[in-house]
Design a protein around this ligand. Sequence first.
Ligand SMILES: [Zn+2]
Length: 123
Amino acid sequence: MPARKELPTIDELKSNCTMNLYGCWLWNGAVANGYASLRRGGEHYKGHRLAYELAKGYLPANILLRHRCNRKNCINPDHLIVGTQSENAQDHFRAHPPEGGVHRSGNGYRGKITIDGSTLRML
Ligand SMILES: [Zn+2]
């Protein structure tokens, strides 16, 4: 995490969004895998995670954020809920350890896990 001053404020993020009837803040900037994406201080951020942290506080990297509105490019912190899917997945892995273990790449929260040929992505 770069110095706080390099990060946008929640209002700056919001000003780069289009609001819809459901209260979504739909990101107008770059998108990666459907999610709002932005770059500050040489680092990439997922817009919804950044918005959540700015609005509600620190979000550990291994905690999943889900969109209640099912719009990946929405960054309204009030449309985001933490954890449930990740917790479910972790319960599943404890009960059924995946062959070859859990593979994690650089940033620690993006992983890919294969179970019986079906792939589950943790974002
Ligand atoms: Zn939304």
